[in-house]
Design a protein around this ligand. Sequence first.
Ligand SMILES: Nc1ncnc2c1ncn2[C@@H]1O[C@H](COP(=O)(O)OP(=O)(O)O)[C@@H](O)[C@H]1O
Ligand SMILES: [Mg+2]
Length: 243
Amino acid sequence: MTLAADGYMESGKSLLLVSPEYEGVTPSWFSPGFWGGQAKPVTSGGRGGAWFIDAEPANLVLRHYRRGGLMAKLAEKTYLFSSFERARSLAEFRLLVKLRSLGLTVPEPIAAIVWKYRVFWYQAAIVVKRIPGAVTFADSPSLGDEDVWRKLGQVTRQFHDQGLDHVDLNCDNVLVTGDQVYLIDFDRCRLVTESVTGTNATWKQGNLNRLHRSIEKRCTSLTSEQRRTYWDILLQAYGHSQR
Ligand SMILES: Nc1ncnc2c1ncn2[C@@H]1O[C@H](COP(=O)(O)OP(=O)(O)O)[C@@H](O)[C@H]1O
Ligand SMILES: [Mg+2]
């Protein structure tokens, strides 16, 4: 199997899609064992299917798609196959490319794979570039600084203005570096079409509600009074940000 010019490698049973800048990617990149000591399980945020990979020229994050909630008990890693293009990993890869082209702060996608098996099923994984120095929102040392809340409000608004419905907007899917806030984990997320992107669209409120619940649950290093103050700052920044 060789990589085609459009970044595809297909064997009938699996499909690998690779970003043009990362030609050396092979299917073994998606096995943590291939990396030996260079792969370390991610311990902060996530559902246990992610590894940080120390690699050259860039550090990577490998993620195997896993279900959460009740479905995880029935089928933790397998999904019903309809087509390669509709598989979770390919959909997220394409969405990340699109979001980056819109100027939004998301990780750079490197490669996505779909493994098909027993006719109806597949498993999937993605490799993205690790954001240097990033920590999850609740672990951020700047949690007591108004600026990071303002920034998160502005960033959420920018994503919403472009129509991105983040169906799992929680503290673990917000990463903070020195001066920037990133959103990650776009599994099942979508770009909403024009007609439903008004300011009051219910999906936007849904995203904000979910984020608020997660902040209440995870940012326990702050008092409830502080959380209320910072949430108001976030909402103000969200409301005042313009496209
Ligand atoms: N590009 C990235 N840079 C730095 N850390 C990341 C990156 N992507 C994921 N992580 C870390 O891995 C965790 C799990 O990744 P995520 O994409 O949220 O998958 P899931 O929640 O499905 O396990 C995140 O909460 C974060 O701590
Ligand atoms: Mg996550």
